[in-house]
Design a protein around this ligand. Sequence first.
Ligand code: ADP
Length: 320
Amino acid sequence: MNSVIVVGSFNVDHVWRCADLPAVGATIAGQYATGPGGKGFNQAVAAARAGARTAFVCALGDDAGGRLAREPAAADGIDLRAEASGQPTGTAGIYVDARGRNTIVIGAGANGTLGAAHVTAAPELLRGARVVLAQLESPPAAVEAALAAAREAGATAMLNPAPANAPTSAGLLRLADIVTPNETEFAALLSRHVGERVEPEAVAALDGASLHAACRKLLPHGTVVVTLGAVGAFVSHAEEDLRGDAQTYYRVAAESVSASDTTGAGDAFNGALAAALARAPEQPFATHVRYANRFAALSTERPGAAPAMPRHDEVMARFG
Ligand code: ADP
């Protein structure tokens, strides 16, 4: 039985590290690396390494990229539920400059064909599931089906609303028990669903009461966790959704680490939060957020996204 079900994308990441990002019309040199990625896959790896029995529902092409997903998933003990797609496996072209800034092009490919039916086709998959975690690199119908199926099965429906420019309907948000935007995604959701404008860079500096008020308008019934990079995370609960916490809103400070690559920090946080929640749902939510901060902090000390995910034992050894 899997306790965490991740529904989302798998991409073959093609990464070029260059001195500068390529300008229009330019041809430049860069150091190339490739490997498995995609928000769904990264979060599944994080959940598995954080100790949860994890299934990953995705769509893969019948090609080398699709085969690339299987070995690392198996290595982390992930129950891979891949829908065969007529499209090529998803790809991401990532350019990173010497300052760590990036430009990314995604070819959704097979990810764009993930169907609602695939998510709901295996009822045994959801039996015993405690958390279902989805992102927005998959078709809205598949994400909605995942969240709805979670609720029907009595599991927690968790939505990481990333990337920021993906469409989100009010109906989609209503299906989520927990929503976990970063600052950019939070600003995008506020503008789209509440009609309030805030610059992403200003989110971390907002006072708690203002942030809480904005979160309540965004998700009146549930819990919002805004990740704030090196600052940590802000949690806002509805009164009826305190999840064992004493306060309706609070911040959890990030761990102080020597971060060298924050790629995939959000994925680390989400996978670890889902795993912690699935492991001990009766514990105060704040303890799960602290664990997710620790797990994500360790992931920033290593290069890459999925390969950088630490293991539960390492998190415990470092932070106790
Ligand atoms: P994203 O990767 O989606 O932009 P964030 O930048 O908000 O997400 O990072 C997610 C989480 O990763 C943070 O809430 C924090 O726990 C951790 N994190 C990110 N950057 C750092 C850092 N420099 N030091 C410590 N923890 C970090």
